[in-house]
Design a protein around this ligand. Structure first.
Ligand SMILES: CCCCCCCCCCCCC/C=C/[C@@H](O)[C@H](CO)NC(=O)CCCCCCCCCCCCCCC
Ligand SMILES: Nc1ncnc2c1ncn2[C@@H]1O[C@H](COP(=O)(O)OP(=O)(O)OP(=O)(O)O)[C@@H](O)[C@H]1O
Ligand SMILES: [Ca+2]
Length: 500
């Protein structure tokens, strides 16, 4: 390449048989070239292609210009894959061969491994043989020699890997996860998700699409997206972490029913969803929460969390300022709001939970990394109204604009079912232990006194009573959030293309 004044390198690029001029600008590091063919009608970019150098996957030398090469003008790159420092070089990969449509192994081998190879990334691959294989393995291996952990599977598989990684880091830092008040050690090793599950909402809500190649490219270029994690405890015992949906009632019941139908694959959720919708079960209990005062946004905002989100950045800055002034424990004194009622669904989401089934998700304005969760309370209502509420997850109408739906942005919350409250207040009265019974006052009504279960990122929880606290940006993903359409037009569609 020749270097004219102005920090711009100019060279010629062969695209098939045609040549064109290509320039590389030092600042901001953009590679530009014009299509050799005249632009087609309606193409806004006018045939110009722009690729940030940081997004070039690999460069290979070809012997097309032997003379120039011999004359010493060409220099061999010692590390052809080293475009930026944040790119991973060594990855540990876990594949769940039974997630989703059981395509995990094929997806990895055919779509992902060749890209990793092209980008000179070395991998250790573990194909899991049973549930918790990946989680247990993360406590045994030397995780510190890897630049990232990749999971090939769905939300449940991500959850397993995340539990392994967070648990391992806490163990190595001497932190007891059972203490709900202890600050947790952040995980600097990033997690990559290659979607091969049934819902894949963590992938969809952090990348904007469920596509294994796109996710592989985010891993290769070393993108980094911090993610809030909720820790769930009961009676000073750690239960689980959650990053997407922690749902009681409707989504808990769907999960409980669908687990028996894993053989159906992703369709099990529609089957169990329909069945659960018809059962129209509501649950009584008390929800207490601390509203998120430090965050800048609200769940009713029209704007969603996007790449480089201002709200996530501001909240993190605020948290750091509070830490510097020694105010990080102030939330302990913050007021608790208490709501008793009959609920069809109690959903706490750390992110929008957008997924192919619901492209805007359960809470469209929830943020990936603002240190808060959106708590959605759907009170007892008619079947017809609940259907109207569900349908709004699939169209542009506001799903919170119903008198029976409330949404709050929270940092912590607790839930206890009425049944447990009754048992706790009169524990000696054996007659009051009504597990699994139906309401004796109204035998024909659907007032089931049995508990629902919590759906925690697609896994069931053992306790119906929970204490939940959001841990701001506890983990990091190889992702960059959903890109704004406006930003995307800055580069044309080739921004993710491989150059070789
Ligand atoms: C009429 C159409 C209404 C469609 C309403 C669609 C709402 C979909 C909302 C999806 C939210 C996903 C939240 C993510 C949860 C994940 O952490 C978890 C693990 O992967 N997935 C599930 O629990 C899996 C949850 C799967 C939920 C499927 C719900 C299907 C409901 C069907 C109701 C049918 C009523 C029809 C009446 C005629
Ligand atoms: N080899 C295996 N055999 C059985 N279960 C496994 C195996 N490997 C992992 N698992 C478990 O399978 C569960 C579900 O997997 P996964 O999340 O990949 O698929 P899914 O449930 O179909 O998708 P989604 O979570 O997106 O709805 C995970 O919780 C994981 O612990
Ligand atoms: Ca959040």
């Amino acid at each position: 390449m020749e270097q004219p004044p102005g920090g711009r390198l100019v060279s010629s690029l062969l695209l098939g048989p045609r040549g064109c001029e290509v320039t590389l600008e030092r600042e901001p590091g953009l590679l530009r070239w014009r299509d050799p063919q005249p632009p087609r009608r309606g193409r806004s970019s006018g045939g110009e292609n722009v690729v940030p150098a940081s997004e070039i996957i690999a460069v290979e030398e070809t012997e097309i210009d032997k003379k120039q090469c011999d004359s010493g003008k060409w220099q061999k790159m010692s590390k052809p894959h080293a475009f930026t420092e944040s790119r991973p070089k060594q990855l540990l990969v876990y594949i769940n061969p039974y997630g989703g449509k059981r395509q995990g192994k094929r997806i990895y081998e055919q779509k992902v491994a060749p890209l990793f190879h092209l980008a000179s990334i070395s991998t250790d691959v573990v194909i899991t043989e049973h549930a918790n294989h990946a989680k247990d393995n993360l406590f045994e291996v030397n995780i510190y020699k890897y630049d990232g952990i990749v999971c090939v599977g769905g939300d449940g598989m991500f959850s397993e890997v995340m539990h392994g990684l967070i648990g391992r880091i806490q163990k190595d830092s001497g932190i007891d996860q059972n203490n709900p008040k202890t600050p947790l050690a952040q995980c600097s090793i990033r997690i990559g998700i290659i979607p091969a599950g049934s819902t894949d909402c963590i992938c969809y809500a952090t990348v904007g699409i469920v596509d294994p190649e796109t996710s592989a490219l985010h891993i290769i270029v070393g993108d980094c997206q911090p993610l809030d994690v909720s820790s769930i405890h009961h009676n000073n015992t750690f239960l689980k972490y959650s990053v997407s949906l922690l749902g009681y009632g409707f989504y808990g019941d769907i999960l409980r029913d669908s687990e028996k139908k894993r053989w159906m694959g992703p369709a099990r959720y529609d089957f169990s969803g329909f069945k659960t919708f018809l059962s129209h079960q509501y649950y009584e209990g008390t929800v207490s929460f601390q509203p998120a005062k430090g965050t800048v946004g609200s769940p009713r905002d029209k704007e969603s969390c996007r790449t480089g989100c201002r709200i996530c950045r501001q909240t993190k800055q605020l948290e750091e300022q509070q830490k510097n002034y020694g105010l990080e424990h102030k939330e302990v004194e913050d007021e608790w709001k208490v709501i008793k009622g009959k609920f069809l669904a109690i959903n706490a989401v750390n992110m929008s939970c957008a997924c192919p089934r619901s492209p805007k998700g359960l809470s469209p304005a929830a943020h990936l990394a603002d240190g808060s969760a959106d708590l959605i309370l759907v009170r007892k209502c008619s079947r017809f109204n609940f259907l109207r509420y569900l349908v709004r997850h699939t169209n542009q109408d506001d799903q919170f604009d119903f008198p029976f739906v409330d949404v709050y942005r929270v940092k912590r919350f607790q839930f206890m079912s009425k049944q447990l409250e009754d048992n706790e207040s009169d524990i000696k009265d054996v007659g009051k232990k009504r597990f699994g019974q139906f309401c004796s006052d109204h035998p024909a009504c659907c007032c089931n006194l049995a508990n629902s279960t919590w759906n925690c990122d697609g896994e069931t929880l053992d306790s119906s009573a929970v204490e939940v606290k959001v841990r701001c940006q506890l983990v990091k993903l190889f992702a960059r959030g959903i890109e704004n359409y406006k930003d995307e037009t800055a580069y044309n569609s080739s921004s993710n293309e491989l150059l070789s």
